[in-house]
Design a binder for this molecule. Structure first.
Ligand code: G3P
Length: 219
Protein backbone atom coordinates (compact mmCIF):
# COMPACT_ATOMS: atom_id res chain seq x y z
CA UNK A 1 0.00 0.00 0.00
CA UNK A 2 1.33 3.41 -0.94
CA UNK A 3 1.30 6.30 1.52
CA UNK A 4 0.75 9.83 0.22
CA UNK A 5 0.62 12.92 2.41
CA UNK A 6 -2.31 15.28 1.89
CA UNK A 7 -0.73 18.70 2.43
CA UNK A 8 1.14 21.58 0.80
CA UNK A 9 3.25 22.27 3.89
CA UNK A 10 6.90 21.86 2.84
CA UNK A 11 8.25 21.20 6.36
CA UNK A 12 5.82 18.30 6.88
CA UNK A 13 6.55 16.83 3.44
CA UNK A 14 10.33 17.00 4.05
CA UNK A 15 10.01 15.42 7.49
CA UNK A 16 7.91 12.53 6.18
CA UNK A 17 10.03 12.06 3.04
CA UNK A 18 13.05 11.53 5.31
CA UNK A 19 11.41 8.40 6.76
CA UNK A 20 11.67 6.77 3.33
CA UNK A 21 8.02 5.71 3.68
CA UNK A 22 6.40 8.49 1.67
CA UNK A 23 5.29 7.53 -1.84
CA UNK A 24 3.63 10.75 -3.03
CA UNK A 25 1.76 13.94 -2.18
CA UNK A 26 -1.75 15.20 -2.83
CA UNK A 27 -2.78 18.83 -2.75
CA UNK A 28 -6.03 20.61 -3.49
CA UNK A 29 -7.03 24.29 -3.78
CA UNK A 30 -7.96 24.44 -0.08
CA UNK A 31 -4.57 23.06 0.99
CA UNK A 32 -2.76 25.51 -1.32
CA UNK A 33 -4.79 28.39 0.18
CA UNK A 34 -3.93 27.16 3.70
CA UNK A 35 -0.20 27.08 2.86
CA UNK A 36 -0.29 30.74 1.78
CA UNK A 37 2.17 29.85 -1.01
CA UNK A 38 2.13 30.52 -4.76
CA UNK A 39 0.59 27.41 -6.40
CA UNK A 40 3.18 26.98 -9.16
CA UNK A 41 6.14 27.61 -6.85
CA UNK A 42 5.04 25.33 -4.04
CA UNK A 43 4.09 22.53 -6.46
CA UNK A 44 7.54 22.71 -8.07
CA UNK A 45 9.18 22.61 -4.65
CA UNK A 46 7.11 19.57 -3.59
CA UNK A 47 7.94 17.76 -6.85
CA UNK A 48 11.62 18.19 -6.02
CA UNK A 49 11.22 16.59 -2.58
CA UNK A 50 9.40 13.38 -3.52
CA UNK A 51 9.96 11.11 -6.52
CA UNK A 52 6.38 9.82 -6.58
CA UNK A 53 3.21 11.46 -7.92
CA UNK A 54 2.34 14.96 -6.73
CA UNK A 55 -1.32 15.79 -7.38
CA UNK A 56 -1.97 19.36 -8.52
CA UNK A 57 -5.61 20.25 -9.11
CA UNK A 58 -7.09 22.25 -11.98
CA UNK A 59 -9.57 24.91 -10.88
CA UNK A 60 -11.51 25.51 -14.11
CA UNK A 61 -14.90 23.86 -14.44
CA UNK A 62 -14.98 23.57 -18.25
CA UNK A 63 -13.02 21.05 -20.32
CA UNK A 64 -11.18 23.54 -22.58
CA UNK A 65 -9.83 25.60 -19.71
CA UNK A 66 -9.04 22.48 -17.69
CA UNK A 67 -6.88 21.28 -20.60
CA UNK A 68 -5.05 24.62 -20.73
CA UNK A 69 -4.45 24.58 -16.96
CA UNK A 70 -3.29 20.96 -17.13
CA UNK A 71 -0.85 21.90 -19.90
CA UNK A 72 0.71 24.49 -17.58
CA UNK A 73 0.75 22.21 -14.55
CA UNK A 74 2.28 19.20 -16.27
CA UNK A 75 5.26 21.29 -17.35
CA UNK A 76 6.19 21.81 -13.69
CA UNK A 77 7.83 18.39 -13.36
CA UNK A 78 7.62 14.81 -14.63
CA UNK A 79 5.99 13.60 -11.41
CA UNK A 80 3.03 16.00 -11.52
CA UNK A 81 -0.30 14.19 -11.49
CA UNK A 82 -3.16 16.33 -12.81
CA UNK A 83 -6.15 16.29 -10.47
CA UNK A 84 -9.57 16.83 -12.02
CA UNK A 85 -13.03 16.82 -10.44
CA UNK A 86 -15.51 14.02 -11.06
CA UNK A 87 -17.71 15.85 -13.55
CA UNK A 88 -18.40 15.31 -17.24
CA UNK A 89 -15.82 17.98 -18.12
CA UNK A 90 -13.37 16.52 -15.60
CA UNK A 91 -13.66 13.03 -17.08
CA UNK A 92 -13.39 14.34 -20.65
CA UNK A 93 -10.18 16.03 -19.56
CA UNK A 94 -9.01 12.82 -17.86
CA UNK A 95 -9.58 10.75 -21.00
CA UNK A 96 -7.69 13.22 -23.17
CA UNK A 97 -4.76 13.63 -20.79
CA UNK A 98 -4.40 9.86 -20.35
CA UNK A 99 -4.15 9.43 -24.15
CA UNK A 100 -0.65 10.90 -24.06
CA UNK A 101 0.33 9.22 -20.80
CA UNK A 102 -0.20 12.14 -18.38
CA UNK A 103 -0.98 10.93 -14.84
CA UNK A 104 -4.50 11.86 -13.72
CA UNK A 105 -6.14 11.73 -10.30
CA UNK A 106 -9.95 12.04 -10.41
CA UNK A 107 -11.12 13.65 -7.20
CA UNK A 108 -14.33 14.28 -5.24
CA UNK A 109 -15.66 10.75 -5.77
CA UNK A 110 -18.63 9.84 -3.57
CA UNK A 111 -20.21 6.87 -5.37
CA UNK A 112 -19.10 3.57 -6.86
CA UNK A 113 -20.71 4.51 -10.18
CA UNK A 114 -18.60 7.66 -10.29
CA UNK A 115 -15.53 5.50 -9.67
CA UNK A 116 -16.60 3.20 -12.51
CA UNK A 117 -16.82 6.20 -14.85
CA UNK A 118 -13.36 7.40 -13.79
CA UNK A 119 -11.89 3.95 -14.51
CA UNK A 120 -13.56 3.93 -17.94
CA UNK A 121 -11.95 7.35 -18.55
CA UNK A 122 -8.59 5.69 -17.82
CA UNK A 123 -7.84 7.56 -14.57
CA UNK A 124 -4.51 6.70 -12.95
CA UNK A 125 -6.09 7.27 -9.53
CA UNK A 126 -9.62 7.60 -8.19
CA UNK A 127 -10.01 9.58 -4.95
CA UNK A 128 -13.06 8.58 -2.90
CA UNK A 129 -13.46 10.90 0.11
CA UNK A 130 -14.20 8.61 3.05
CA UNK A 131 -14.20 11.21 5.84
CA UNK A 132 -16.62 13.57 4.11
CA UNK A 133 -18.77 10.56 3.23
CA UNK A 134 -18.92 9.52 6.90
CA UNK A 135 -19.61 13.13 7.95
CA UNK A 136 -22.72 13.10 5.76
CA UNK A 137 -24.18 9.92 7.20
CA UNK A 138 -22.83 7.49 4.58
CA UNK A 139 -20.37 4.64 5.06
CA UNK A 140 -17.03 5.71 3.56
CA UNK A 141 -15.48 2.28 3.90
CA UNK A 142 -18.43 0.55 2.22
CA UNK A 143 -17.72 2.84 -0.74
CA UNK A 144 -14.08 1.65 -0.85
CA UNK A 145 -15.24 -1.99 -0.69
CA UNK A 146 -17.66 -1.44 -3.60
CA UNK A 147 -15.06 0.29 -5.76
CA UNK A 148 -12.50 -2.42 -5.00
CA UNK A 149 -14.99 -5.11 -5.98
CA UNK A 150 -15.98 -3.37 -9.23
CA UNK A 151 -12.39 -2.67 -10.27
CA UNK A 152 -11.43 -6.27 -9.60
CA UNK A 153 -14.51 -7.59 -11.50
CA UNK A 154 -13.31 -5.86 -14.66
CA UNK A 155 -9.55 -5.71 -14.12
CA UNK A 156 -9.42 -1.90 -14.17
CA UNK A 157 -5.92 -0.59 -13.51
CA UNK A 158 -7.08 2.67 -11.89
CA UNK A 159 -5.61 2.81 -8.40
CA UNK A 160 -7.93 3.41 -5.46
CA UNK A 161 -6.50 6.41 -3.58
CA UNK A 162 -8.43 6.69 -0.33
CA UNK A 163 -8.77 10.41 0.50
CA UNK A 164 -10.31 12.54 3.23
CA UNK A 165 -8.83 10.13 5.77
CA UNK A 166 -9.35 11.34 9.31
CA UNK A 167 -7.83 8.65 11.53
CA UNK A 168 -5.69 5.49 11.69
CA UNK A 169 -8.79 3.26 11.57
CA UNK A 170 -9.55 4.57 8.08
CA UNK A 171 -6.02 3.53 7.07
CA UNK A 172 -6.36 0.07 8.63
CA UNK A 173 -9.71 -0.55 6.95
CA UNK A 174 -8.39 0.67 3.60
CA UNK A 175 -5.44 -1.72 3.86
CA UNK A 176 -7.70 -4.64 4.81
CA UNK A 177 -9.87 -3.97 1.76
CA UNK A 178 -6.77 -3.76 -0.44
CA UNK A 179 -6.92 -0.09 -1.49
CA UNK A 180 -3.80 0.91 -3.43
CA UNK A 181 -3.05 4.26 -1.78
CA UNK A 182 -3.99 6.17 1.36
CA UNK A 183 -3.48 9.93 1.36
CA UNK A 184 -3.39 11.29 4.87
CA UNK A 185 -2.84 14.54 6.74
CA UNK A 186 0.66 14.57 8.33
CA UNK A 187 -0.77 14.01 11.83
CA UNK A 188 -2.51 10.80 10.75
CA UNK A 189 0.70 9.40 9.20
CA UNK A 190 2.64 10.24 12.36
CA UNK A 191 -0.12 8.67 14.44
CA UNK A 192 0.40 5.33 12.68
CA UNK A 193 3.81 4.97 14.33
CA UNK A 194 2.37 5.40 17.81
CA UNK A 195 1.38 2.81 20.36
CA UNK A 196 1.25 3.35 24.12
CA UNK A 197 2.85 -0.06 24.73
CA UNK A 198 5.73 0.77 22.36
CA UNK A 199 6.45 3.92 24.40
CA UNK A 200 6.11 2.02 27.68
CA UNK A 201 8.34 -0.79 26.40
CA UNK A 202 11.07 1.66 25.36
CA UNK A 203 10.89 3.34 28.76
CA UNK A 204 11.42 -0.03 30.46
CA UNK A 205 14.31 -1.06 28.20
CA UNK A 206 16.07 2.30 28.64
CA UNK A 207 15.75 2.09 32.43
CA UNK A 208 16.98 -1.53 32.60
CA UNK A 209 19.85 -0.88 30.18
CA UNK A 210 21.04 2.03 32.32
CA UNK A 211 21.33 -0.38 35.28
CA UNK A 212 23.86 -2.49 33.33
CA UNK A 213 26.23 0.46 32.97
CA UNK A 214 27.07 -0.78 29.45
CA UNK A 215 27.23 0.99 26.09
CA UNK A 216 27.16 -0.37 22.57
CA UNK A 217 30.30 0.76 20.71
CA UNK A 218 29.27 3.01 17.80
CA UNK A 219 32.62 4.03 16.28
O1 G3P B 1 -7.25 16.05 -0.82
C1 G3P B 1 -8.55 15.64 -0.74
C2 G3P B 1 -9.04 15.17 0.61
O2 G3P B 1 -8.10 14.33 1.21
C3 G3P B 1 -9.60 16.23 1.50
O3 G3P B 1 -9.80 15.81 2.82
O4 G3P B 1 -10.28 16.30 5.20
O5 G3P B 1 -10.72 18.07 3.46
O6 G3P B 1 -12.17 16.06 3.63
P1 G3P B 1 -10.79 16.61 3.83
Amino acid sequence: MKFFVDTAEIADIKELAETGLLDGVTTNPSLIAKSGRDFMEVTKEICGIVDGPVSAEVVALDHETMMKEAETLRKIADNVCIKVPLTIDGLKTCKKLRADGTMVNVTLCFSANQALLAAKAGASFISPFVGRHDDNGFDGMALIEDIHQIYSNYGFETEILVASIRNPVHVLQSALIGADVATMPPAVIKGLFKHVLTDKGIEGFVADWAKTGQTIPTA
